[in-house]
Design a protein around this ligand. Structure first.
Ligand code: NAG
Ligand code: NAG
Length: 199
């Protein structure tokens, strides 16, 4: 048994209207896409990034009772290499730890970085005597023997770029690296991994 459509001509009109609307919408999507693409090529935005530019271990004291005392300066740079776009950073927060022991939380309020510019944050971490457990003490002993001590730095910042009224989506700039120092002269061992760009 087949069913007849009593208003076949009406169905045809609806299909035509739907097809025309569909074509208009497709055209609008294509044109919008082209405008965004051309704009993107002209502005050529680059994702802003953060990195550790330098650090120094100003004090490292450790006694046989297992008490660790450190003082450290960490310089974190937020960089915007865009010549035509401002960058905004927010939710900036990093955790510095040693052998799983949290030493400090480094934070920054939301901030802007102008076109083709950068902003440095100097963090001074000064710990009081941190009691270490036997495993952590072993870690320090090994570090001293190797003349190299490593601290973990983890965290992130959310960045986006702005051109006039336009805003990009927000990108996570993630830092997850080791800050390493020679224990003999306390100099920082530079690492390209301490940058959100290298990932
Ligand atoms: C960006 O800054 C660098 C150095 O700070 C400069 O050499 C370069 O010409 C600048 N580029 C633009 C497009 O302003
Ligand atoms: C610190 O010590 C390391 C290893 O002993 C050495 O390679 C480095 O050049 C020294 N740095 C300074 C500034 O003395």
């Amino acid at each position: 048994m087949t069913k007849a459509f009593p208003h076949r001509t009406h169905t045809n009109v609806f299909i035509w209207v739907a097809a025309i609307i569909c074509a208009i919408v497709s055209l609008a999507v294509i044109i919008t896409g082209m405008v965004v693409f051309v704009g993107y090529m002209i502005i050529h935005p680059r994702v802003p990034f953060i990195s550790v530019t330098s650090a120094s271990l100003d004090n490292l004291r450790y006694d046989q009772a297992g008490l660790l005392e450190i003082q450290m300066l960490i310089v974190i740079r937020a960089e915007n290499d865009n010549a035509r776009a401002h960058a905004s950073f927010s939710h900036t927060s990093f955790i510095l730890s040693f052998e799983g022991e949290v030493l400090a939380k480094l934070v920054a309020d939301p901030f802007d970085v102008r076109k083709n510019s950068s902003t440095d944050f100097n963090y001074v971490v000064s710990s009081s005597q941190i009691p270490l457990d036997p495993m952590q003490m072993e870690g320090v002993d090994t570090s001293l023997k190797r003349n190299e001590i490593a601290f973990d730095l983890r965290g992130n910042s959310r960045a986006m770029w702005r051109v006039g009224p336009f805003r990009s989506v927000k990108f996570w700039c993630r830092l997850e690296c080791e800050l390493r120092f020679h224990t003999s002269n306390r100099t920082y061992i530079k690492s390209r991994r301490c940058s959100s760009k290298s990932k």
